[in-house]
Design a protein around this ligand. Structure first.
Ligand code: ADP
Ligand code: MG
Length: 945
């Protein structure tokens, strides 16, 4: 009601933009007639205007003023380079981003293109714009794809990739617009703040940032802070023994309700993700280890045992981690992606390595860390886009001060969300999933099934093979990841069945009928790879999903050997996706190209990445002088057109059959993640449908459903294979999901609140460091440290309540001499008659004189060395003490958590004590630096005889 009276607030927000849209559409008419050169000139005109304003506020106002024309210019450029004209709703999306808000735009609405608008506009100030994506592949894709528009208009475009060195990074960060992932940005920030020299710093000051898939980054990933760590030594043998011992321990059946002690050695709390030994468990473990006390400080075991238990019960192979190259690699539970290089902290990872009998890597110590929350808040202006933000609106607002605006779709949505089917057992559910998949597949529609773990996707895979349904697996396993782009490019084809672990492949578009552009690129790569790429290069080409060697007329039997290794049963599972053969024309063009390239680069002479680069550059439309690129481009186009023929026919058939069907196999931890999955169907007004299959045994219901759901389990006497329909069940389900959402929100809030305390300290330390790196007035800084130390000494020894003759001047003087040996002549008599302030002033002056003296002495033999020494000592002290401080803050956090029982708010305790600890740390830093400076004696220069 109220909504109707006042008007929908979202609609009101959108309405503000209407006049601007009209302006942009009008401007379009003028721009159409401009030559490419004149269109590009617009960039210089805008920049000239911006150069004339100096204050931030004026600059912002001018940007707002320039918006309509700048957007019109980008749209025109995009038409010319990408053949895409921004839809009006995309313009609105761009405006919302420019205002520093979140634009909610459904999957397939073209968010990638939307980001070109605010990024161009904000890059005009030359202060840098960051476009953030969830993975390296997307960063690269977008930089190449959208970068064309910006480069066409005369802006520089940079890209950050995981394997880049600092020099490459610096170059890319200095571009007008830089594409990067959240983790690269965050780690570069931390590394920059550990740099020993300004030349090692790669990032510029932050300015404006657009985050793609913003919920994924600011919500899902916000649970794990970014940490850079160094190594410490811990006894590895203990991990192994602990892993052995817990094998013999027995899990208690269910947590002892009603005060009855459970039988067994330990209890598991899945919700809290913790394991606790029972009294019997303690006794048994001590016996097995042959020790008297697990908590013996000289030989502590408790922590190792707890970690080993958690590794046994809560960290599941192929769900929480996978084994790759004999290492346990974390799998992100939300995205299903592997996160190489990340490790669980506090010995947990080592416990898993022990369980899996892998090499146990040494334990690490935090050197620097930051949460994504505080990292992204460093940007003066932040914005984001995603298909699913509204459900998390409050969190965005509270944590990040980001407003969310829903942008209408370009065409009407015609996706149908079918009613959930709930089964009593998980088994029955999977059978039903396989059945529906098979059914829809036979109708010729493509099907995408989302699962929550590698294990479950493999279970479904075997069920589908029984039904003789060919399908592809898209999950975190390394052999599948390599083919991710390839599988997604085909996922919309006639009757294609794709099983994806959660949101693997997120951000890549499933096009009905298939993505001819991608297929062409992959085909070319497949053919060129074995001839051009160094054999020792780790990256193998994507294994063709199925290539019938006989009917492949390409002449290159690259896939042949590999295909032979696949046994027949497995072969059935793989879907034949590429049209088996190319036309003769395409084929001979490819053959010619291959031999030309071999002549040019040499047989097997380039790396896999270089080949990728070649192919992507060729797939762009930017004009080229390079002969190789030109002929590569021509081949790609020939093959693409060929695929296009097949695909356009297929697309029609797929559309007639009803488009993509998406199946969810479990409710996720938030409604948003469910919506992401559903959103893959029905893009750009396409036909499509979705359905979720659930069971009472699903984790969500088991852990968060409460007693009501447990009761339901028994109450239903229906047959297993019959779906249950019950209002009470639906409500319990929603209730459980809301509970989980709140639970995780609370966790994130807590992480954020605790990191907030650190945040100000981190900022202070980092800015102090930065001053040193910039070499700004180092001497003044050190003298400042000294003066504060003098003040502190006076405060410690002078009690103004006592008469001056009782002040302990003798000790005061010897304390001063401890720091400044150059003041050896200072006597306590010199201080008589001075009041407290005069004392301070006097000592400060003494200090300054002594420092000048020190400088004169030292520089006599080593000119210029004082500044270097100042720099060195400040950095050394600041870094060492800060690192120790990080450890202390960690322990403090643990201990306030325990103290929480006594009516005190642990967060407030943490804040207060943390603040005191920080002050102490800074005091120590200043004292150590001033002490070191006075003690500093440069080595005598060798005297040449
Ligand atoms: P999203 O990230 O919103 O899910 P994408 O950016 O991946 O969507 O774009 C989806 C598809 O829509 C892409 O294939 C893109 O080429 C196409 N597209 C986007 N905007 C336009 C446009 N204005 N005109 C034509 N095609 C477009
Ligand atoms: Mg996208």
């Amino acid at each position: 009601m109220l909504k109707n009276l006042l008007g929908d607030p979202n609609a009101r927000k959108l309405k503000r933009f209407t006049p601007l849209i009209t302006d942009i559409n009008l401007l379009e008419q003028d721009l159409i007639s401009l030559s490419d050169h004149d269109l590009k000139r617009k960039t210089y005109e805008f920049r000239e205007k911006l150069d004339k304003v100096s204050s931030k506020k004026d600059q912002r106002n001018l940007l707002d003023e320039l918006l309509p024309e700048a957007f019109a210019v980008v749209r025109e450029a995009s038409k010319r380079v990408l053949n895409m004209r921004h839809f009006d709703v995309q313009l609105v999306g761009g405006m919302v981003l420019h205002e520093g808000q979140i634009a909610e735009m459904k999957t397939g609405e073209g968010k990638t293109l939307v980001s070109t608008l605010p990024s161009y506009l904000n890059a005009l100030t030359s202060e840098g714009v960051h476009i953030v994506t969830v993975n390296d592949y997307l960063a690269r894709r977008d930089a190449e794809w959208m970068g064309q528009v910006h480069r066409f208009l005369g802006l520089s475009v940079g890209l950050i990739q995981q394997d880049m060195n600092p020099i490459q990074r610096k170059k890319n960060y200095s571009c007008d617009i830089t594409y990067a992932t959240n983790s690269e940005l965050g780690f570069d920030y931390l590394r920059d703040n550990m740099a020993a020299d300004i030349s090692e710093v790669v990032q510029r000051n932050f300015n404006f940032c657009v985050i793609d898939e913003v919920d994924s980054i600011l919500i899902d990933e916000a649970r794990t802070p970014l940490i850079i760590s160094g190594q410490v030594d811990r006894p590895q043998e203990k991990y192994r023994r602990a892993a052995k011992v817990v094998e013999d321990l027995i899990r208690a059946a269910e947590t002892g309700k009603d005060g009855i002690d459970p039988e067994g050695d330990y209890e598991v709390d899945e919700k809290q993700r913790s394991c606790i030994l029972t009294d019997e468990g303690f006794a048994k473990t001590e016996k097995l280890l042959n020790v008297n006390d697990l908590f013996d400080p000289k030989d502590p075991w408790a922590h190792f045992i707890t970690n080993a238990l958690k590794a046994k019960e809560l960290f599941i192979k192929d769900v929480n981690y996978i084994i790759r190259n004999k290492e346990a690699v974390i799998v992100d539970e939300f995205t299903g992606r592997v996160m190489p290089g990340r490790r669980w902290s506090d010995g947990q990872h080592q416990a898993i390595e022990a369980k899996e009998d892998l090499d146990i890597q040494s334990e690490t110590q935090t050197l620097a860390s930051i949460t994504y929350q505080n990292f992204f808040l460093l940007y003066p202006r932040l914005s984001g886009m995603t298909g699913t933000a509204k459900t998390e609106e409050v969190e965005f607002e509270k944590t990040y001060k980001l407003e969310t605006t829903a942008i209408p779709t370009n065409r009407k949505i015609s996706r149908q969300d079918w009613v959930d089917q709930v089964f009593k057992t998980e088994q029955a559910k999977w059978r039903a999933v396989a059945k529906e998949t098979a059914l829809i597949h036979r109708e010729g529609r493509p099907v995408l099934v989302g699962t929550t773990s590698v294990e479950k996707s493999e279970l479904l895979s075997s069920l589908l093979s029984e039904e003789e349904v060919p399908h592809n697996l898209l999950n975190a396993k390394p052999e599948n990841v390599e083919r991710e782009a390839e599988i997604v490019a085909q996922a919309g084809r006639l009757g294609a069945v794709t099983i994806a672990t959660n949101m693997a492949g997120r951000g890549t578009d499933i096009i009905l009928g298939g993505n001819s552009d991608y297929m062409a690129r992959l085909k070319v790569k497949e053919i060129l790879h074995p001839r051009l790429v160094k054999p020792e290069d780790g990256h193998s080409p994507p294994l063709p999903l199925q290539r019938n060697a006989q009917s492949d007329a390409s002449g290159f039997k690259s896939g042949e050997k590999k295909t032979k290794n696949i046994d027949n049963k497995q072969k059935q599972l793989l879907r034949n996706i590429f049209p088996a053969s190319l036309t003769e024309e395409a084929d001979s063009e490819l053959a010619l190209l291959a031999s030309n390239l071999v002549k040019e680069f040499g047989d097997r002479a380039i790396s896999s990445i270089e080949l990728d680069d070649l192919i992507s550059t060729a797939a762009e439309k930017a004009p080229t002088e390079d002969q190789n690129i030109a002929s590569l481009r021509s081949v790609i186009n020939t093959i693409k057109n060929e695929y296009e023929l097949v695909i356009s026919q297929e697309e029609k058939t797929v559309r007639e059959a009803g488009g993509l069907h998406v199946i969810g196999t479990e409710r996720h931890e938030s409604r948003r993640v469910d919506n992401q999955l559903r959103g893959r169907a029905g893009r750009q007004g396409d036909l499509g449908s979705t359905r979720f299959f659930l069971s009472l045994e699903d984790n969500l219901l088991r852990i968060f459903g409460g007693d009501r759901v447990a009761g339901l389990m028994n109450a239903f006497r229906v047959e297993e294979d019959m779906p249950i329909e019950s209002g009470m069940l639906t409500r319990s389900l929603e209730g459980a999901q809301k509970k989980v959402e709140t639970y995780y929100y609370d966790i994130r809030k807590q992480i954020f609140e605790y990191d907030e305390v650190m945040n100000n300290q981190r900022k202070a330390v980092y800015s102090e460091r930065r001053r040193v790196l910039d070499g700004r007035e180092l001497k003044l800084q050190v003298i400042g440290y000294g003066q504060r130390t003098m003040e502190e000494i006076v405060e410690a020894y002078v009690n103004e309540d006592l008469p001056p003759e009782e002040w302990d001047l003798t000790n005061l003087v010897s304390k001063v001499k401890e720091f400044i040996y150059l003041l050896a002549d200072l006597k306590s008599e010199d201080l008589l008659g001075l009041n407290k302030n005069e004392l301070k002033d006097f000592l400060k002056e003494q200090l300054r004189n002594a420092y000048d003296l020190k400088e004169a002495q030292v520089e006599q033999t080593h000119p210029g060395i004082m500044r270097q020494a100042e720099r060195f000592f400040i950095l050394q002290q600041l870094d060492t003490l800060w690192r120790e401080h990080l450890q202390s803050m960690d322990s403090l956090r643990e201990s306030v958590g325990l103290r929480g029982y006594g009516q005190k708010d642990p967060l407030i305790e943490y804040k207060n004590e943390g603040y005191d600890m920080f002050l102490d740390m800074m005091i120590n830093m200043r004292r150590n630096v001033i002490y070191s400076m006075f003690m500093f004696q440069p080595a005598q220069k060798k005297v040449e005889a």
